[in-house]
Design a protein around this ligand. Structure first.
Ligand SMILES: Cc1ncc(C[n+]2csc(CCOP(=O)(O)OP(=O)(O)O)c2C)c(N)n1
Length: 689
């Protein structure tokens, strides 16, 4: 069967093998145009899985583009979420929506998110992106079909690197246990993952023997031979009494010579030249209206920017980073500081680093890059955050100083119970790096944006939490946590280039906040400010305090600049780089001295705001004193694809939003002071009478 009209049962379009091959080739071309327009994404894996996507969406799966939720449809679970464009193109070619729309891929507000989101796009069955979860969902959907006596099939697409996730094997065991013959797993065996060859990162083979031992029927095919793909899928539908897994041998980057078998093309998009070259190789340069498609993407993007800018709070001039002639700032990725520290301190024989298949990107591999002899203290774990966390506890128990890191959401949420029980309860000396924190992974979208990690990390007994504000502070914080601090520790930093606002001389004392004060304009933004340890700072009777951590520190500084230049207000910016243990004294003093505190966090509101309010409400020094508070942060919503700086605007966490909130509260503070003065006068005159 294939594309079906669900009301009549008639086939909408029948594809021949030749037509499927051609469709897959065209889909590869559109994929590369969409990635080029997005400026990011995953070329390698989308190309390797495209023949399977074409066979499934155009020929094998029974579904109806006009009724995406038709109950009798086959379900396709896209567990390998980063290959979302192949899924989108499968649906587009099956006429669920026009292919031109896919060109808005990875842009703010687009239904074509970096990772698939079923609530945004008809035809997408479930939301994925955190690897290893799809098969469990598919198992339950297959069981649900059995419960309801339904005949439809559930397909689940996975990667071979993805097989390293332990959850896959729980699901594999369940499917075998329940004899789910309506479940068909397909593994895109392109033999590569991010850190290199799967066999070197963490061997998963022999997959056939493993699945067979869990009671699955196993088929192995050439994943680029269209006849073999279609035959295997059709055959799989006929198997009785067992789930089926199709191991499809593929080539990452298939079809484009310079992308084939190259790990470097895993998470990369072609530029315009590379796109033209690739399309030529695919024989598509005459068949795809490239410029027209890129223009569609450009128009969408222009509208995104126009809308965002129209919603921004306005001031006397544009204060955005590096727009003016003065107050220029240097930008550098915060993550580099982490790698620099590991490179500097890695000679200590106790240091052991654990790789989680994102090593270059988060800079943890800098530990051994210049010193290959350290490789013996490098443990590649594969995509296995839970096991790696408990493994780190084991290393710490034996006197090592283990470091592990990945996307903050997989470093602090995927493995939360392991952090809680293996690491924190045992009070082990494990350094966990929540890399690519907050909105800094932009176009990857909600599944990859850690906006909740700090809640859990702060809430764990024994855990210390540091959120440095720039590349230099990240290096200093890592130095301290790695070699001097004993116990469970979490450091969170960003992926993107962010403003460098500290220097070698800026104090960094674990657990102690810094006060940052604007001292006038300067050619360089950082030079316009003076920074002192909060405990060394004497009040200057400022109008407000802005308490910030991480990338919100530079934003808070810029807000202080806006408030001073446009309104004459003085702000005391507190850089609260250590969230736990928190510098309560610095917060209480800021509240007492100014009477107005705004918190700023690149996180769901609360990791910082609620801790600060907790301190303010509990402090006996503040009993009876009026303190006005406001909070800037993400307002209880999931993330979205978009450029990181766009997301700063979208989530309303920019300096402009901090300044706007501060002005609202300052007006309130002024009004209250006015009312108090009038009350005092009234009482005075009443006393005279
Ligand atoms: C739980 C989780 N950990 C890490 C990642 C980051 N990540 C995205 S793709 C990828 C490699 C996947 O390898 P594989 O399954 O072989 O896919 P392919 O190489 O075919 O793209 C990783 C580690 C993720 N998305 N989810």
């Amino acid at each position: 069967m294939a594309l079906t009209d669900s009301s009549t049962g008639k086939i909408i379009r029948e594809y021949s093998i030749e037509q499927l091959k051609d469709a897959a080739n065209l889909m590869r071309g559109y994929d590369l145009v969409a990635l080029c327009a997005a400026g990011s994404g995953h070329a390698g894996g989308t190309l390797s899985i495209m023949d399977i996507a074409a066979a499934l969406y155009l020929k094998v799966a029974e579904h109806d583009p006009n009724h995406p939720l038709w109950y009798g449809r086959d379900r396709i679970i896209w567990s390998t979420g980063h290959k979302a464009p192949s899924l989108y193109l499968g649906l587009a070619f099956a006429s669920f929506f026009p292919v031109e729309e896919v060109m808005t891929l990875r842009k703010l507000g687009s239904p074509y998110q970096g990772h698939p989101h079923w609530l945004k796009l008809p035809g997408v069955e479930v939301s994925t992106g955190s690897l290893g979860q799809g098969l469990s969902i598919a198992v339950r959907m297959a069981l649900a079909a059995k419960l309801d006596d339904q005949k439809h099939k559930v397909f689940c697409l996975m990667g071979d690197g993805e097989q390293q996730e332990g959850q896959i094997w729980e699901a594999a065991m369940e499917a075998g246990h329940f004899h789910l013959d309506n479940l068909i797993g397909i593994i895109d065996c392109n033999r590569l993952q991010i850190d290199g060859w799967v066999k070197d990162v963490m061997e998963v083979e022999p997959l056939a023997a493993k699945y067979a031992s869990f009671g699955w029927n196993v088929m192995r095919i050439d994943g680029h031979d269209m006849s073999q793909i279609v035959d295997a899928l059709e055959l799989a539908k006929e198997v009785v009494g067992k789930p089926v897994v199709i191991l499809a041998d593929t080539v990452k980057g298939k079809g484009v010579s310079f992308m084939q078998d190259q790990a470097g093309w895993h998470g990369k998009a072609p530029n315009r030249d590379e796109l033209d070259k690739a399309l030529k190789e695919l024989g598509l340069n005459e068949r795809i209206p490239v410029q027209q498609l890129l223009d569609t993407a450009k128009r969408y993007q222009a509208e995104v920017e126009r809308k965002l800018d129209s919603r921004m709070p306005k001031f006397t001039r544009d204060y955005w980073w590096n727009v003016g002639d003065t107050m220029k700032v240097k930008m550098e990725p915060t993550r580099k500081g982490f790698g620099q520290s590991l490179a500097e301190n890695g000679d200590d024989e106790r240091v052991v680093c654990l790789g989680l298949d994102i090593s270059g990107s988060i800079t943890i591999s800098d530990f051994y890059t210049a010193k290959p002899e350290r490789k013996k203290r490098w443990i590649s774990m594969g995509i296995a955050e839970q096991s790696a966390t408990s493994a780190a506890a084991g290393l710490a128990k034996e006197g090592k100083l283990p470091v592990l890191g990945t996307y903050a959401t997989f470093a602090a949420a995927r493995n939360l119970d392991q952090i809680r029980t293996s690491v924190c309860y045992g009070n082990f000396n494990v350094l966990i790096a929540g890399a690519h924190g907050g909105v800094s992974v932009g176009p990857d979208g909600a599944t990859h944006q850690a906006l909740e990690d700090l809640f859990a990390m702060e809430g764990l007994p024994n855990m210390s939490v540091v959120v440095p504000c720039d590349v230099i502070e990240t290096r200093k914080a890592t130095n301290y946590l790695l070699l001097q601090y004993l116990g469970p520790k979490y450091i969170r930093f960003a992926r993107e280039a962010t403003p460098v606002v500290t220097s070698e001389n800026t104090p960094f004392v674990f657990g102690k906040a810094n006060v940052i004060r604007l001292r006038g304009e300067a050619a360089n933004f950082a030079d316009a400010f003076e920074t002192k340890l909060a405990s060394d700072y004497k009040t200057e009777r400022e109008d407000l305090g802005i308490v910030a951590c991480g990338p919100m520190v530079p934003e808070a500084m810029r807000a202080a600049y806006i408030l001073k230049r446009d309104y004459g207000y003085e702000s005391r910016v507190l850089n609260l780089h250590t969230l736990k243990p928190i510098d309560a004294e610095a917060i209480i003093r800021a509240a007492k001295d100014t009477g107005l505190v705004v918190t700023a966090e690149e996180h769901q509101i609360g990791a910082l705001a609620w801790r600060v309010s907790g301190i303010l409400t509990e402090s006996s020094e503040l009993y009876g004193l009026p303190v006005i508070t406001g909070a800037i942060g993400v307002k209880d919503r999931f993330g979205d694809s978009g450029a990181p700086w766009e997301l700063i605007k979208e989530f309303e966490v920019s300096a402009e939003h901090i300044a706007h909130k501060a002005l609202e509260l300052l007006a309130f503070k002024k009004k209250r002071a006015e009312e108090k003065r009038e009350e005092r006068e009234r009482l005075f005159y009443a006393g005279m009478r």
